[in-house]
Design a protein around this ligand. Sequence first.
Ligand code: MN3
Length: 180
Amino acid sequence: MEIHHTKHHQAYIDNLNKALEDLKEFQNIDITTLLKKINEIPENKRTVIRNHGGGHLNHSIFWEIMAPNSRKPSPSFKKEIEKYFNSLENFFEEFKKTAMGVFGSGWAWLVMDDKKNLLIKPYPNQDSPYMENLYPIMGIDVWEHAYYLKYQNRRAEYIDNWFKIINWEEVEKRYQDLKP
Ligand code: MN3
């Protein structure tokens, strides 16, 4: 996790800043707005900003939603999850299935649409849910760099263990704060 944080995440930030150097009109907007406006970015810079801006934001959220002393979702948030996924067990099952189904490098996200519906979606590379106007609530990095050092190719085991370190307080906070 430490190499992941210090080396990989920093590279996304450095490359994003470099790509923004000659794009004055996009320098002073926050990262979520930048990604929502991805199609307004000049074509020659769009891919690099999509990859590295997305990488920066995805990882920023990822570090926040993990905690060493994971508890359980609050009763009210659990109820929200049950509303969309029937049970917490079923939610984990669907989330894992989506994360396992990401071909190659990418993420699985619990996202919210602008009608406050919760859904689980796979994303390739560093694509951000913000690019399609969805709000990322909780997501797992399933790039091999996220788990290879500890789990080699055992993505399923990594996902199962990741469920045990979810910072539910922060996940719920994101859900409440991002509610449109
Ligand atoms: Mn990563």
